[in-house]
Design a protein around this ligand. Structure first.
Ligand code: HGY
Ligand code: MN
Ligand code: MN
Length: 397
């Protein structure tokens, strides 16, 4: 049998039913949660039905193996705390359909992977970070989520079925299909994008400790207000990062928690996360040095302590020329004049995989450039077009 686009769309919609949010097509499927594990079990069952051999590794990456040295296709099925239905899910289900169609056709052998915690509940791209050695399993086990849950506890929920990490040389290369998650192709009207390279990232957690006190009786001049220190920190980061940033540098303070978070209490503690992304490792380092200098200034001027956590990171990654050429040829055949090369500002497991095997990525457009939000979406005809391009490329390899 050949590629079955209806079966691919059906599987994608069924995967959405695990953690469907009820708002738009959104999903809530954080890594290692009960619903994430249920979705992973269902996907593993689909791999088995397709005649693939299911292999779970210690961090929770799940493979459907074609049994011989094979091309690997996939992505991740965990979501952001408020996620869209396609981020990650698309690449896993596309990999499943192509591996299944290849099995039915009697070859070539194609395997599928569903990475764990790509969305960084604990790390940055935790499952592929550990498999590719960016972070050791022992280091990963110490990571906590923002609620204080330890990764070693979370992954124990899946570890009963886990076997060892797989050797990389089982695979000839890795291809990840994904939604663009930005406005580029939605604006240009292209249906398919071939990724040239993926940005690098640095990320850390920071705790500012001031002095918790009474909001009515503590004179302004005597306060050590952790939230005001954060505001000052943020303002200076915006100003000083902008002085060295290029047009593609981005930074985000996306998580913050005040303690005790009460209207009549001067905040004693604030915990937050800061990240920055760029394609130039030297600039990533320069921004880290600025961040450290700003933290020291704030501590000194406001009489607070600023505790910097470990700075985690992933290096910028260029995609493999040979795999890229196969995707470009397939894009030109399947979507003539309606495809382009483009860089990725989002992180992907492909950034880690590029260090251990030839790796490439294929994008389809995101309506309105929206992602990491419930209303993320892509036209079904674009999802199918991407699948067809990926299928042709995979067979040509
Ligand atoms: O944050 C990222 O770019 C990825 O979606 N985890
Ligand atoms: Mn993703
Ligand atoms: Mn994501």
């Amino acid at each position: 049998m050949s590629l079955n686009c209806d079966r691919f769309l059906d599987d994608l919609h069924r995967l959405r039913s695990f953690g469907a949010s009820g708002q738009g097509k959104g999903v809530v499927r954080p890594a290692y949660s009960a619903v994430d594990i249920a979705a992973r079990r269902w996907l593993a069952g689909r791999m088995e039905e397709a005649g693939l051999t299911v292999h779970l590794d210690p961090i929770g990456n799940c493979f459907g193996l074609a049994g011989e040295k094979s091309l690997l296709i996939g992505s991740h099925s965990d979501s952001q705390p408020e996620g869209g239905w396609l981020d990650g899910a698309l690449g896993v289900v596309a990999g499943l359909e192509i591996a299944r169609a290849a099995k039915e056709a009697g070859g070539p052998p194609i395997s599928v992977v569903n990475f764990q915690d790509e969305e960084g509940r604990f790390g940055i791209l935790t499952g592929s970070d550990v498999w590719t050695g960016n972070v050791s399993l022992a280091e990963a086990d110490q990571l906590t989520d923002t609620g204080g849950v330890v990764l070693s506890t979370a992954r124990a929920r899946m570890s009963g079925r886990a076997k060892d990490f797989l050797p990389y040389d089982m695979f000839t290369g890795f291809i990840e299909m994904h939604i663009e998650q930005g406005p580029g192709m939605d604006v240009s009207g292209d249906q398919v994008g071939v990724v040239s390279d993926i940005v690098g990232i640095r990320e850390l957690r920071i705790v500012i400790n001031g002095r918790q006190n009474h909001a009515g009786t503590t004179p302004m001049a005597l306060r050590q207000d952790a939230f005001q220190a954060l505001c000052d920190f943020n303002q200076r980061i915006n100003q000083r990062f902008a002085e060295v940033a290029t047009s593609t540098t981005v930074w985000t303070l996306g998580h913050a928690e005040l303690s005790p978070n009460a209207s009549s209490v001067v905040p004693g503690t604030v915990r937050f996360a800061l990240q920055w992304r760029d394609g130039d490792p030297a600039l990533l380092l320069a921004l880290e040095e600025i961040m450290r200098a700003v933290a020291a200034e704030i501590a000194q001027e406001r009489g607070v302590t600023v505790e910097l956590g470990t700075v985690g990171g992933i290096e910028p990654a260029a995609m493999d020329p040979h795999l890229k050429a196969a995707l470009r040829q397939a894009a030109e055949d399947q979507a003539p004049g309606k495809w382009r090369d483009l860089p990725s500002g989002a992180l992907h497991d492909a950034a880690n995989m590029a260090r251990v095997m030839p790796t490439a990525m294929l994008f389809v457009p995101s309506i309105g450039g929206i992602s990491h939000a419930f209303d993320e979406d892509t036209k079904e005809e674009d999802l199918v077009k991407g699948l067809e391009v990926l299928h042709q490329a995979a067979l040509s390899l």
